[in-house]
Write a protein that binds this ligand. Sequence first.
Ligand SMILES: [Ca+2]
Ligand SMILES: [Ca+2]
Length: 72
Amino acid sequence: MKNSTKAVAIVGLVSASSAFALDMDFNSVDVDSNGAISMEEASKYPELMQQFKDLDANKDGELSEKEFAKAE
Ligand SMILES: [Ca+2]
Ligand SMILES: [Ca+2]
């Protein structure tokens, strides 16, 4: 019971915060096509920014395609 309530709440949050999580793919976020997503590029995607530091496994301040693949 608790889980289904939580799922409904999450669905509500996602639809309220627009659709960028749905069509966020590496090539479109990587505006300059250098193979890495800088913080500046990620800054257009608030949901990505929230995860940026966690996703940046090697702490170089950019997300490789492999690091980005872990984004939700
Ligand atoms: Ca880039
Ligand atoms: Ca990195």
